[in-house]
Design a protein around this ligand. Structure first.
Ligand code: GAL
Length: 665
């Protein structure tokens, strides 16, 4: 399996390549990623190709025992191309045309750009077809990361019209689905269709626009990105049968649809990036994100960029503490990463990312971080014997849906409600107790799971109703929360009594709800106490039984959480948000009732444990200490540390930032 770094031969003198290859080999590397931003070096002017420098680099590294992931360089269309065809620039929601100077400035739907992309991808695919150094292809780089929200250019509008014609067949059907009778928005000619960019009516992001238009535009933009990826994968597959990957981040498009176009999803993992302070930076973020990545294809992933130094653009984030690089790598492997590629091999002397430190500093001298990476490299083959093709032992599926997310984003119900944050909060409710889970979309087969959690699952139809009901009737346990089932798939409101399509399986009706704007509501129940600060559904049980009730407000005493027996299974309805401690306690109560066991019992707070099943069926565990202090784990069996082979006995002491992989003796 692959261990390596992202490398930019074009940034360094040729004489250095062999030095780097040797240092890499000594650290246990067998892979580098190259070329993903090198368009201007590969095609310096239109139709003039130069692969010589890359050929030479591949030779040096391949001779040194190192293969490559070859990136297609379409994230950085060069200046000559943008000057010749400025229509390729994205147009943002304010109508502002993007300029040159960074990257990702192209519109995915622009036909001219698609033609140029096809040309360079085909040239590269032809040139490197069958090359033994090429272990995989990466398409582009991080679709939508750093783009505007979506593109709103005329190419997009024209294609959107085509997309709508295909979806609705007639304008009558479109007008009905969007409810354009509201505010005289009826379209009488296809060419009248607008894209939902900001207008006077839109006070806040897209808020003034029709909800049906908004959701369809997200679906359309997502499809355009997936189609653009497919256009490249189709070409690559004609010339090569090595795996095709994309480093999937940003969450602006439907990951699951993109997953169909690639063989392996890869993730870029920066647990201590300089943006941590405003993007959120809990130690469990990588666990959550990598579980999401594993769900893209419901299979293990690679990390294509793993943080290996202090990093930043204009400011620098924290320096990884001794042990942290290993802890982050172990955490990523625990959650499904089979390959570990560090970003970047060496800090660059120039460019926007000249502050982004990698394994080596600007002077290219190996120091502490290199030694830590090398130490992991020494045991990597041993770890892979267990980890490759292993599975996270998971009885829980957390549903995470992009269509639901987009719908909630346009209309967030409450100023403080955010779908992703809410999903993450429930994730933490389980993670804190070391309950391992899979995260994927609603199309996943539910039947192997003891518990399916469907947070704020709002857009619904008969097909999904039948799927959820069958799962529960057959003995499954379903958790549904507030703001589920209130909408139809076209983003209009359902006429059904709430919780709409979930009414029967949950065995309840909602009498009222309270969007909590200037009050908090206390909740008490079998699980303990908690506090809601965003939403409170006031539940009337029909066949369900209350598990918790409100303890304040005019609805004190009314159910806040219920459980309903339905066929052989149970449906839990959680009518309110809860503070962190309340969420952890509620999830513990529910998992207990559903016979879901944690990865390990009695784990000290701040230590993450993941239980995995190796391909031969054997069990093993990853543990990582995020507590900030030494932590001791008592194990219910005699254990052996996998990387070192050390016999641990029945306890494991993890120093600050310590991590370990162990199995039964
Ligand atoms: C990633 C990107 C890399 C590099 C890195 C550091 O998002 O894929 O190319 O830019 O961030 O900023």
């Amino acid at each position: 399996m692959y261990y390596g770094a992202d490398y930019y031969p074009e940034h360094w003198p040729r004489e250095r390549w062999a030095v780097d290859a040797k240092l890499m080999k000594e650290a246990g590397f067998n892979l580098i990623r190259v070329a993903e931003f090198a368009w201007a070096k590969l095609e310096p002017s239109e139709g003039h190709w130069d692969f010589s420098w890359l050929d030479e680099a591949l030779d040096v590294f391949y001779k040194g025992g190192i293969q490559v992931v070859m990136g297609t360089p379409t994230a950085t269309p060069p200046k000559w191309l943008m000057d010749k065809h400025p229509s390729i620039y994205q147009v943002d929601e304010n109508g502002l045309v993007q300029g040159f100077g960074s990257r990702r400035h192209y519109c995915y739907n622009n036909e001219t750009y698609r033609e140029y992309s096809e040309k360079i991808v085909e040239k590269m695919a032809q040139h490197y077809a069958g090359h033994p150094a090429v272990a995989a292809w990466q398409i582009d780089n991080e679709f939508t990361c750093g783009d505007g929200l979506y593109c709103y250019c005329e190419s997009c509008r024209q294609k959107f019209i085509g997309w709508l014609k295909k979806k609705y067949g007639s304008l009558d059907a479109l007008n009905k689905a969007w409810g354009t009778v509201f505010w005289s928005q009826t379209y009488t000619d296809w060419d009248q269709i607008i894209v939902p960019k900001k207008s006077q009516a839109a006070m806040f992001r897209n808020n003034g626009h029709n909800p049906g238009l908004n959701l369809d535009y997200s679906r359309f933009q997502s499809d355009g990105i997936v189609e653009y990826c497919k256009l490249q994968s189709r070409i690559l597959r004609r010339y090569s049968d090595v795996p095709i990957t994309h480093n999937v981040v940003s969450e602006r498009y439907d990951y699951y649809k993109l997953g169909e176009q690639i063989d392996i999803a890869t993730y870029d993992n920066y647990p201590a990036s300089p943006w941590k302070s405003f993007l959120g930076g809990d130690p469990y973020d990588p666990a959550f994100s990598i579980d999401i990545e594993r769900g893209i294809k419901n299979k293990n992933i690679w990390v294509m960029e793993e943080q290996s130094g202090p990093c930043g653009w204009n400011v620098v984030g924290s320096t990884p503490r001794p042990g942290e690089i290993k802890k982050w790598a172990y955490q990523a492997m625990a959650h499904g990463a089979e390959a570990m590629i560090y970003f970047r091999w060496r800090a660059c002397l120039f460019g926007t990312e000249e502050y982004w430190y990698g394994i080596l500093d600007h002077d290219g001298i190996p120091r502490r971080r290199y030694e830590e990476v090398k130490e992991i490299g020494a045991s990597f083959p041993k770890i892979c014997e267990y980890n490759v093709d292993s599975k996270v032992a998971s009885d829980i599926l957390m549903i995470r849906s992009f269509e639901q997310q987009w719908s909630h984003e346009f209309q967030s119900h409450n100023w403080n409600f955010d779908y992703r944050t809410y999903v993450k909060g429930l994730y933490y409710g389980l993670y804190a107790g070391n309950y391992n889970m899979d995260i994927s979309n609603e199309e996943t087969d539910f039947s192997g799971y003891k518990l399916v959690v469907a947070p704020a699952f709002n857009l619904m139809d008969e097909r999904l109703k039948a799927k959820f009901e069958k799962y529960v009737a057959d003995g499954g346990n379903l958790v549904v929360t507030f703001r589920s089932g209130t909408k139809e798939m076209d983003n209009s409101m359902t006429e059904r009594t709430l919780p709409g399509y979930f009414k029967e399986v949950a065995g309840i009706e909602l009498e009222e709800f309270d969007s909590l704007n200037d009050c908090k509501v206390t909740v008490k129940g079998d699980f303990g106490n908690g506090e809601a600060s965003i939403w409170a559904d006031i539940i009337k049980p029909v066949t369900a039984k209350p598990m918790a009730v409100y303890d304040s407000e005019y609805y004190a005493g009314k159910p806040a959480v219920t459980v309903n027996e339905y066929g052989k299974g149970k449906c839990y309805y959680v009518g309110c948000d809860l503070d962190t401690a309340g969420t952890v306690a509620l999830m513990k109560e529910i998992t207990g009732q559903c016979n879901v066991a944690p990865a390990l019992e009695n784990v000290p707070a701040g230590v993450e444990v993941v239980k995995k099943i190796a391909k031969d069926g054997g069990e093993f565990w990853f543990a990582a200490n995020f507590s900030g202090q030494e932590a001791a784990l008592e194990l219910p069996f005699e254990a052996k540390e996998i990387a070192s082979g050390e016999i641990l006995g029945k306890s494991l002491v993890l120093p600050v930032h310590g991590s370990a992989i162990f199995t039964r003796v």
